[in-house]
Write a protein that binds this ligand. Sequence first.
Ligand SMILES: NC(=O)c1ccc[n+]([C@@H]2O[C@H](COP(=O)([O-])OP(=O)(O)OC[C@H]3O[C@@H](n4cnc5c(N)ncnc54)[C@H](OP(=O)(O)O)[C@@H]3O)[C@@H](O)[C@H]2O)c1
Length: 256
Amino acid sequence: MKHVFITGVSRGLGYGLAVHFLKNQYHVFGISRNPPDGDSHAVLDNPAFHFHPLDLSDLSNLEENFSRILDSWKNGHDFANPEFVVLNAGILGGLGDLRNTSLEEIQRIMDVNVWANKIMLDVLFAESFPMNGQVIAISSGVSVSGTRGWAGYGLSKATLNMIIKLYAAEKPEVHFTALAPGLIDTAMQDYLCGYPDTEKFPAAIRLRAARGTADMPHPVEAGEKIAIRFRDLLRYKSGSYVDIREMKSLCVDNML
Ligand SMILES: NC(=O)c1ccc[n+]([C@@H]2O[C@H](COP(=O)([O-])OP(=O)(O)OC[C@H]3O[C@@H](n4cnc5c(N)ncnc54)[C@H](OP(=O)(O)O)[C@@H]3O)[C@@H](O)[C@H]2O)c1
């Protein structure tokens, strides 16, 4: 039985990915602060779904808490060498200009979107837990676009891209990708599409226009579309940033 580890499985893309992998006979090991919500019986009642609550913003205890969860999964469910580690959990923070964004707010976003992922990867890569599958960190187009308004979030995803590149250089036996997943109709979009000041942050207008269209699928649909491209990522050099919307036109520099 194949294993996948996904962060942020309670809702949104992480939930959609969990549904896809369960349908495809994987054991899904998932964390988030909350379990998938009460309507999500297809996931919660599936014996191949192994959930543990974990708060990724609690960095001071994360190494210990995550190690404990891994131990319980290893002992109880033979969790080992996952084919995919999907670092999906993320927070947006509020839209705002960088000059109006406090260091505290940036740090809050960085803790969840960046440093928690570093801590979890270091635990996963510890000698007692060999791994040679794929690590896929869910990034965003704004990690490279510098779109006005996505200040702390853009910084965090750009740093995540670099973390993935650095680990790729350090761990040749694992394949790493920072993957921009395209638009998905999740709680994050509830906030963005409802943002009132579109004059200041016009990118929000494009999001509103995409909502309800094929350009912004629902999480379960998106989870499937995205997950079936995971193995294609092996065609890119480990450590690449890849935007799923551009996967057909592969950049030669990035290819193996
Ligand atoms: N939606 C889009 O259009 C879009 C576009 C580009 C990139 N992305 C990226 O895709 C990923 C998923 O986004 P989404 O839209 O699915 O977001 P979402 O619906 O807001 O879901 C976020 C997930 O992250 C978990 N999470 C948040 N804070 C956490 C914490 N402190 N500890 C543990 N888990 C935490 C949440 O679970 P709990 O609240 O239960 O903890 C939830 O399961 C993110 O990395 C996001 O940046 C999304």
